[in-house]
Design a protein around this ligand. Structure first.
Ligand code: HEM
Ligand SMILES: CC(C)=CCC/C(C)=C/CC/C(C)=C/COP(=O)(O)OP(=O)(O)O
Length: 315
């Protein structure tokens, strides 16, 4: 690891900032925040306090950054051995594990403080439990030991939806758990589609991701099953919960049909990397647009327009 110590001593200020930024795996965070925001919007019936929104999303960002940084510390051995992750700040020696840990603790403290002060204690505790779950349950207990790692571990990625609801209302209603379930059920198709493409990397370091252990056919079958459960789950917000209306229902149905179509195509051509890639990329777009649908549907203006249209069509 000669390259390690050399690169550490030749970083300028911006490169150091960039290294710490990369520890947080920043590309995933916006989608986590989108689920938090959607949850807040539904919880406050389309009228979110902007200060609370900004504080909650900032708190969520810091919590997710802390979780990812600790994950980077824990996984630095296998990250060094995988081509995709070798250039991360820890395996490449740009940041020392001890410094990364201090950084993660600082992020967690800022997150907790922001949420506890601007939102409430419940949302702050939920965010901390997200960190504990992602690090303790997913990264430590499951990731290297079972093919169900991302199914159970996926619950960590669904916690931001609970944080949003708790921040807006101070409690956790049934709809919060439905949004949690949506992200939870979405995670296996999202991740396994990707894992089908990068299976060899995981196999090399002995991480038992489903495609490594069970093969392509079994994986695409599982993706198909989770997709089939996911789509009706998205509609629970409309019926029986009545927290979302016809606009969201339409969006969820159209988006869901495309998801099913792609999962079906992959099921019948399970070693087709292009199909897997297409499903992975679509899974991200799907979650973004579904959450956008929740927000749009919750706005008072949407409510006014739909009731007016309904009244006219009823005459
Ligand atoms: C245990 C659950 C999950 C696992 C194991 C997982 C794994 C991954 C991996 C390995 C990547 C590729 C990123 C890279 O190349 O560095 C990825 C991409 C991504 N994931 Fe997930 N993911 C999970 C859950 C989630 C959740 C809950 C969200 C947000 C709601 C999410 C959002 C994203 C996004 C937006 C990308 C694309 C990032 C990019 O542009 O490269 N993931 N995921
Ligand atoms: C409320 C709160 C703080 C929640 C935290 C939720 C959180 C950080 C979820 C991230 C899920 C995710 C992208 C896992 C990556 O898996 P991996 O680490 O196995 O991926 P890798 O193979 O790229 O390292």
């Amino acid at each position: 690891m000669i390259e390690t110590s050399v690169s550490r001593h030749h970083q300028n200020f911006f490169q150091v900032i960039q290294s710490y930024y990369q520890l947080t795996k920043p590309r995933i965070i916006p989608l986590l925040l989108i689920t938090t925001a959607a949850s807040m919007w539904i919880a406050s019936q389309g009228k979110v306090d902007p200060v609370l929104l900004v504080a909650t999303l900032s708190g969520g960002t810091f919590a997710a950054g802390a979780a990812q940084t600790i994950n980077c510390i824990y996984d630095r051995d296998i990250d060094y051995d995988m081509e995709r992750t070798r250039h991360r700040p820890l395996p490449s020696g740009r940041v020392q594990p001890r410094d990364a840990l201090i950084f993660a603790i600082a992020l967690a403290v800022i997150s907790f403080t922001l949420l506890a002060v601007f939102a409430n204690l419940l949302s702050a505790l939920l965010a901390m439990s997200g960190i504990v779950f992602y690090v303790g349950i997913y990264t430590h207990l499951l990731k290297r030991h079972t093919t169900q790692n991302i199914v159970i571990g996926g619950a960590a990625g669904a916690i931001p939806a609970l944080v949003g609801w708790a921040a807006a209302t101070g409690s956790l209603g049934l709809p919060a758990w439905v949004i949690f379930a949506i992200v939870f059920l979405w995670t296996p198709p999202h991740f396994w589609a990707l894992a089908l493409m990068i299976r060899d990397d995981y196999a090399k370091v002995g991480v038992p991701m489903l495609p490594v252990i069970a093969g392509d056919t079994a994986t695409t079958r599982q993706i198909w099953l989770y997709t089939l459960i996911l789509i009706p789950t998205t509609l629970l917000l409309v019926y029986p919960l009545h927290v979302s209306g016809i606009v969201y229902a339409g969006i969820a149905l159209v988006l869901g049909s495309i998801f099913i179509k792609k999962a079906w195509a992959l099921l019948h051509d399970s070693s087709n990397q292009q199909q897997a890639r297409s499903l992975f990329l679509y899974s991200i777009l799907y979650m973004m647009l579904l959450c956008a649908g929740m927000v749009i549907d919750s706005l008072p203006i949407t409510h006014q327009v739909t009731t007016t249209v309904m009244a006219f069509s009823g005459q």
